[in-house]
Design a protein around this ligand. Structure first.
Ligand code: T3D
Length: 263
């Protein structure tokens, strides 16, 4: 598929989206936002796609907003960042979080600003050992966006969230793993292979059931215990009517490997 600022393909059930503005550390301009939105729509709608893998080309994962689009001459009117968040960043974060497929993010290098929070909207985050996460917003007078003010305290606790957001220091991938911000650190040279291995495995699994799992876990962050029990009842009812559940039970009883179709 032909894009200018991203690479996108669907192969063996894996939709692979790689940010591709390496000279600008894959920072977002409006054109890249539009292409990412189109690719996410394709991944969501294509029956072949059973998992999404998000990564970046070059030495960085993503440096957030392209600041060259925000460098306003003295006296000129500043852009409306609320409008930018509404039009670009919030839909991106919602699209990743609500994607009815497992979303893996392979953080291949520095992740700063919105680029540090986009991985946190994904389901499984792997990072290269040399990667790092920087809540860079405070250094230019902004607040963490792309869901960062919601996700950070829930993942690492308020004390660490405030330190990350107010100081904007570089957090190494290893520290991010230790703090529970991401799933796993892997050696730089094996990041792409490890992420693809995980993606190819997930692409053979009961996709619909996996989508219900992520929906229930995402909802648990806001639900009471009783609300969550009720949600589990409702989603298990849906899962129990799927072809993959029928196949999973039948394969278990027949002592064979299941062949899931993702429905
Ligand atoms: O505006 C809105 O719509 C609201 C939403 C905002 C969301 C946000 O993300 S705001 C936060 C924006 N991002 C940042 O503040 C991060 C800025 N970048 C950095 O702090 C550093 O570049 C890094 C810590 C990420 C990496 O540092 P380093 O030393 O490894 O690389 P570098 O030399 O700074 O950057 C390499 C090149 O990428 C360089 O270009 P050059 O000099 O080689 O031509 C640099 O200008 C460019 N680059 C890096 N980040 C950005 C960027 N160009 C434009 N925008 C960037 N964000």
């Amino acid at each position: 598929m032909n894009f200018e600022h991203i690479l996108f393909s669907i192969e063996d059930g894996v939709a692979l989206l790689s940010l591709n503005r390496p000279e600008q550390l894959n920072s977002f301009n409006a054109a890249m936002h539009s292409e990412v939105r189109e690719a996410l729509m394709l991944a969501r709608q294509s029956p072949e796609a059973r998992v999404l893998l998000l990564t970046g080309e070059g030495r960085g994962f993503c440096a957030g907003q392209d600041l060259s689009d925000r460098n306003v001459a003295p006296g000129a009117e500043m852009p409306d960042l609320g409008q930018s968040i509404e039009q670009f960043y919030n839909p991106l974060i919602r699209a990743l979080r609500d994607m009815p497929l497992p979303v893996i993010c392979a953080v291949n290098g520095v992740a700063a600003g919105a680029g540090a929070n986009i991985p946190l909207a994904c389901d499984l985050v792997l990072a290269a050992r040399s990667a790092s996460f920087i809540q860079a917003f405070c250094k230019i007078g902004l607040i963490p966006d792309s869901g960062g003010t919601w996700t950070l305290p829930r993942l690492v606790g308020m004390a660490r969230a405030k330190a990350l957001a107010l100081l904007g220091n570089r957090l190494s991938a290893e520290q991010a793993e230790q703090w529970g911000l991401i799933y796993q650190v892997v050696d730089d040279a094996s990041l792409r292979d490890e992420a693809l291995k995980l993606a190819r495995h997930l692409a053979t699994q009961p996709t619909y059931g996996l989508a219900l799992i992520k929906r229930s876990l995402n909802a648990s962050l806001n639900n009471s215990f009783d609300e969550q029990l009720e949600l589990e009842r409702d989603l298990q009812r849906l899962a129990g009517r799927s072809d993959d559940y029928r196949e999973g039970v039948s394969a278990f009883m027949e002592k064979r490997t299941p062949s899931f179709k993702g429905r």
